[in-house]
Design a protein around this ligand. Structure first.
Ligand SMILES: [Zn+2]
Length: 62
């Protein structure tokens, strides 16, 4: 799959349904054929970026 933000395919797998984009430093979680996007803040907390993407953009594109 590719990163919904930068469309690059160099995602690192960090969990069974979780990926990390080394290019834009976001965490991508696959849930029910959709991706949820979080940014990892400098203090280690996650903030949701889902609102920045349309439903179409958050569909999985393998
Ligand atoms: Zn990316």
């Amino acid at each position: 799959m590719e990163c919904p933000n930068c469309n690059r395919k160099d995602l690192g797998k960090i969990g069974s349904q979780q990926y990390y984009c080394w290019n834009c430093f976001i965490e991508i979680t696959v849930v029910n054929e959709e991706v949820k996007i979080h940014q990892i803040e400098s203090d280690g907390s996650l903030s949701s970026l889902n609102d920045l993407f349309t439903d179409e953009e958050r569909k999985i594109q393998w």
